[in-house]
Each structure stands twice: as C-alpha cells, then as structure tokens.
Design a protein around this ligand. Structure first.
Ligand SMILES: [Fe+2]
Ligand SMILES: [Fe+2]
Length: 324
C-alpha cells in the first residue's frame, strides 16, 4: 500500500541508479526501466536523477538506446532530468564469466576522455549550457526548484594496481576544489545543496543470493572503493551539503553520516547484509523518492513498484522512510 508523506512535499525527486542498459547484454533492463519511468512520469515527479552506470557497457549503442527511451518519456530536458557518470558508462563491466580474464585489458585500452565525451553528448540537453570548470563538464551545478544539484565525476582512470577493473573511484583535487568554490557561493545560500555522485560512502556488504551474483560481487567488492572518501565527505560537510545521491553498490539503502543523508538505489538491487529481514523480490522495480518541504524538511522513501503482469495492471508499493 502506498503511504502518505510525513512532510508536505513541495518538490519531489525520483532517484534511479545503475540501469545498466545494453541492447546486447541486458535487454530485460530496458523493459524494466520503461516500466519504472511509466510509473514515475504518471506520478508527476518534479525531477528524475540517475546516478551512473546508466549504460551496461559504455558503448554507443547502449547510449543510443538510453537516449531513445528517455526521449520517448519527454525526460531529456534540463528541468526534468539530471545524470552523473558511473564506471560502466566508461569501462563497461563483466557480463559473462569468460570475459572476466580479458576485462582488465579492455579497461586498459578504453579511451577515458572519448567515453566522457560520449556521455556528455548523450545527455547534453540536461547539462548546464556553460560548464563550471572551463571546458570540463564535471563538476556541474544546476538550480532546479529549491535545489542546487552538483554533479561529480567519481570515476578513476585506469591504473594497473589502483584501478585494474575501472570500478574504483576518485574525485580529483581539481574537481574537489571546484565543488568547494561552487557550494560556497552566496547565491546558493537559500538552496538545498544536493550532490549526485556514483560512488558510495557506506560499507559495502551485499548479500547476494544467486551464484552468479555472488561470483560477480565477490569480484567487484575488491575493486569498488572510493579512494580519498574521507576528504570528499569533509568537503561536503564544510560546504553544507544535505543530501548525497549515489549508486554503484546496487544496495537499496538510506543512511546518515555526520548530518548528511545518503540515498542509494539501483534498478536491480542486491540485499544488504544488515537488511536481512527485508524482502528483496526480483519482480519489483526500485527507486528512492526524495521529498523537500516548504520549510526545508527532507524525507526519503525507498519505493518499490511491482512489475505489471499480463492482464493485471495493479501495482503495490512498499516504503521505508527517513525524515530529517
Ligand atoms: Fe552498477
Ligand atoms: Fe558502478
């Protein structure tokens, strides 16, 4: 059953992440995202955020497919959608067990800046006209409704030891300095400061049930870290960031750390170890709903939408609420 909001929302964001769209490997994700966006647009959310790993393999055809889908929902607009980049958008990922051994080589030969350009071109309508840091897209700032949304690129370049599979993160010093300058600007004083970043700030403890998920996550967990996480968090704290939206872990969770609320979700989630009592049905689509009230209150709900079955269009919803 759908629940009533505890606060009176004036602005509602639907936070989606890790859609891993790939016509070659993940066709089912296209159908899932279509269903989720149908629900989100029907419900009239003010804004949609996707926090990276939007494409499955970072290929042109993946991004073409994403663009087509977002366009068909009228979402390719500055006011309606904000996105940030994930490791799969640059390096892709392992989709078959036999690719595991060649994946390091694939990451090594990936031209990082070319993929960054492709990402920027794909979502160009949603980005500010003028990038903050000269030619570079990240970090960007967007003012939508009562929010200042800051998009950060946390994808570390390939390194044979520090980032052999492309999935470790780092926010460059240059980017962090720009974030600090942006967020300290007095024009943002009355706005709620919200960061969009792919990497996580929680302890990564998924509880994967299927063998393939276990295999995948034991591989990924070794290489999922955000290097220099503490420094990034301290910058957020100093600058008055109130909400951070991220993905990457595929764990659906909302947590608080030093006064900042973190919203984490994924199209296909894995169960968090600490959430052993929560059901995690694969037939449900997940996203987080972030509501902002007139007096600046924030409420985050973990939303679940049942995938409509043939001949049955009814949907039910679950929720977990976090209020500040
Ligand atoms: Fe992902
Ligand atoms: Fe990721």
């Amino acid at each position: 059953m759908e629940s009533k909001s505890i606060i009176q929302p004036v602005y509602r964001i639907a936070h989606i992440s890790d859609t891993h769209i790939s016509p070659e490997y993940n066709r089912q994700n296209i159908a899932k995202l279509k269903n989720l966006l149908t629900y989100i647009t029907d419900e009239g959310y003010d804004h949609v955020v996707i926090t990276g790993d939007i494409a499955g393999h970072g290929e042109e055809r993946d991004f073409r497919s994403v663009r087509r889908l977002l366009k068909s929902f009228g979402l390719l607009e500055y006011e309606k959608l904000s996105v940030t980049i994930g490791n799969h958008d640059i390096f892709g990922g392992v989709h078959r067990a036999e690719d595991l051994f060649s994946f390091g080589k694939h990451c090594q030969t990936t031209v990082y800046n070319r993929k960054l350009d492709l990402f920027e071109r794909t979502f160009k309508e949603t980005f500010p006209q003028k990038a903050y840091a000269g030619e570079k897209l990240f970090p960007f700032v967007k003012i939508v409704g009562p929010l200042a949304l800051v998009g950060i690129n946390s994808i570390r370049e390939f390194h044979p030891f520090l980032n052999p599979f492309g999935s470790n993160g780092k926010v460059s010093d240059e980017q962090l300095e720009s974030v600090e300058k942006i967020l300290s600007h007095p024009s943002l004083d009355k706005l709620k400061k919200v960061v969009l970043i792919h990497h996580h700030f929680s302890k990564y403890q998924p509880h994967a049930e299927s063998l393939i998920n276990k295999f995948y996550h034991s591989f990924e967990s070794r290489t999922l870290k955000l290097h220099g996480k503490k420094r990034v968090e301290e910058t957020f704290k100093r600058c008055g960031v109130e909400v951070v939206m991220h993905g990457h872990t595929h764990v659906e969770e909302v947590y608080e750390n030093s006064g900042i609320i973190y919203s984490s979700t994924a199209l296909n989630t894995v169960k968090a170890k600490s959430d052993s009592k929560e059901d995690n049905l694969t037939g449900q689509l997940k996203f987080n709903e972030i509501s902002i009230s007139n007096d600046g209150g924030v409420e985050i709900k973990k939303r679940r939408v049942n995938i409509p079955q043939k001949g049955n269009s009814s949907r039910t919803f679950d929720r977990k609420v976090f209020v500040k």
